[in-house]
Design a protein around this ligand. Structure first.
Ligand code: NDP
Ligand code: 2IT
Length: 451
């Protein structure tokens, strides 16, 4: 990078840090994008003059609210609720809701910022947003979750709508929570519209939306592998997480001939040297989605597997790693270990799971590495397809949705290759995804004036 471009990045970041104090995840996400797009901005001075990047890094609106609810013992509980409406240049704000005790403004701003570029990459007309609460659904009864969701939606409903802002799921928000929130939204507004995605299949949900993020990540990985004449067939895959994204990444990787050997949760990971086949994946789906148990219970069912408490799975040798749990779950040491053990492809299913030092290790080793905003975009893309189906009041078959998902992931891969291929032929997917995602948003903002 030229010195003038470096200076631009550093002065931009100094402003971001000064104006958003203490928001370290947000700083991290912004820095990554700014480093990628700064040379592009230098080449097109009007983007600098119009302060497009400065505007992109400032949310259009942040809504923060109180979420009071009554637990099963009759005690009053108070949580924080948020919606970050980041950017509407390309369409209504779109992005998930996260319910997790770690949720704060920094995390939601980083997620909403990433979402803006991810949604742009999907080629569908969606702006970027994210929201959630520090509510912890773990250990709560269904009734408690319902009362929380109803209280949360009572306030959120004032700020969303099918043409304004369309939330969906993320960590801690799945079919159950979307159902409760949709019910309350419908009751308050007296309208049956596609204001949330990830709905039940019988009431407006799209076929394949639950599978889409994990499946899409595998479709993206297939294209990455193909650039090196490889495929999933016969490869060992290490996956973190055991929720929605992890389960479906494991399912598709297995269907494509890979051997998946790990799952994890926030307490530890399981390693199954025999491979986690479809029957075992079905067990994990039941364990996590129905019984709402912990991954350590896997080893009771499958005694050949081993449970490693308080550890992440990156010490297990593999060809392909798919981090599918949460942000900053792969650090420099773990990245070095992955590469040393022969891993040559890291495909992110989660949002920002590899920290900047880990990414530098992958780039230095010239292994295949894709950022979440490219490889996990299949989830929100299929949410976009759900919105289309709701608008035309039709339902597409799973073959139709799958074909569109496949095409969208391949188009994103092609965009990364177009903007990310370096002089020596190495594909820098971070650069490619950031520049391709940025161009569309930036041009739309230029067209729409200073708003
Ligand atoms: P789920 O709630 O279904 O699953 C989350 C999984 O990650 C669980 O296994 C959970 O373990 C684990 N996890 C969560 N927080 C932590 C933590 N702090 N440390 C270690 N493990 C943790 O969420 P999803 O599968 O939907 O989301 C996973 C990731 O994928 C997130 O980064 C999300 O933003 C991203 N994503 C999700 C999409 C979707 O469509 N759902 C779309 C695109 C990206 P535990 O049970 O212990 O909490
Ligand atoms: O991070 C993500 O892309 C999601 N959680 C999915 C968002 C959506 O609107 O489907």
């Amino acid at each position: 990078m030229e010195q003038s471009t470096k200076n631009y990045v550093e002065s931009f970041m100094a402003n971001i840090v000064a104006n958003n104090p203490g928001e370290k995840e947000f700083h991290q996400a912004v820095r990554e994008v700014v480093e990628s797009v700064a040379p592009y901005i230098e080449a097109y001075p009007y983007l600098k003059e119009l302060k497009v990047l400065e505007r992109i890094a400032e949310p259009e609106r942040v809504i923060m609210f109180r979420v009071p609810w009554v637990d099963d013992k009759g005690e009053i509980q108070i949580n924080k609720g948020y919606r970050v409406q980041m950017n509407s240049a390309l369409g209504p704000y779109k992005g998930g809701l996260r319910f997790h005790p770690s949720v704060n403004l920094s995390i939601l701003k980083f997620l909403a910022f990433e979402q803006t570029f991810k949604n742009s990459l999907t080629t569908l007309p969606m702006g970027g947003g994210k929201g959630g609460s520090n509510f912890n659904p773990k250990g709560k009864s269904d009734n408690e979750v319902m009362r929380f969701c109803q209280s949360f939606m009572t306030e959120l409903s004032k700020h969303i709508g099918q043409d304004t802002d369309v939330p969906a799921g993320d960590i801690g928000v799945g079919g159950r929570e979307i159902g409760y929130m949709f019910g309350q939204y419908k009751r308050l507004r007296d309208e049956f519209t596609g204001t949330l995605t990830g709905k039940g299949l019988a009431w407006g949900g799209s076929l394949l939306r639950p599978e889409a993020t994990g499946y899409g990540a595998c479709y993206f990985a297939q294209d990455m592998l193909a650039t090196r004449g490889k495929s999933f067939n016969g490869q060992t895959v290490v996956i973190s997480g055991s929720g929605n994204v992890a389960q479906h990444a494991a399912e598709k990787a297995t269907q494509l001939g890979a051997k998946v050997v790990t799952f994890s949760d926030s307490n530890g990971f399981i390693y199954d040297p025999d491979g986690i086949d479809q029957e075992k994946i079905n067990y994990v789906k039941r364990l996590k989605n129905v019984i709402r148990g912990r991954i350590k219970e896997y080893v009771k069912e499958y005694p050949n597997a081993k449970y490693y408490p308080d550890e992440r799975p990156w010490s297990i040798p593999c060809d392909i790693a798919m981090p599918c749990a949460t942000q900053n779950e792969v650090n420099k040491e773990e990245a070095l270990l992955l590469v040393k053990n022969g891993c040559y492809c890291v495909t992110e299913g989660a949002n920002m799971p590899c920290d900047p030092d880990a990414i530098a290790v992958f780039h230095q080793a010239k292994i295949l590495y894709s950022p979440g905003k490219a490889s996990n975009a299949g989830g929100v893309a299929t949410s976009g397809l759900e919105m289309s189906q709701n608008s035309i009041r039709q339902k597409w078959t799973s073959e139709e949705v799958d074909a569109q998902l496949h095409r969208i992931m391949s188009d994103i891969h092609a965009a990364c290759v177009k903007y990310g291929t370096e002089e020596d032929g190495y594909i820098n997917y971070v650069k490619g995804a950031n520049i391709a995602g940025f161009i569309k948003v930036a041009n739309a903002m230029v067209d729409q004036g200073v708003v």
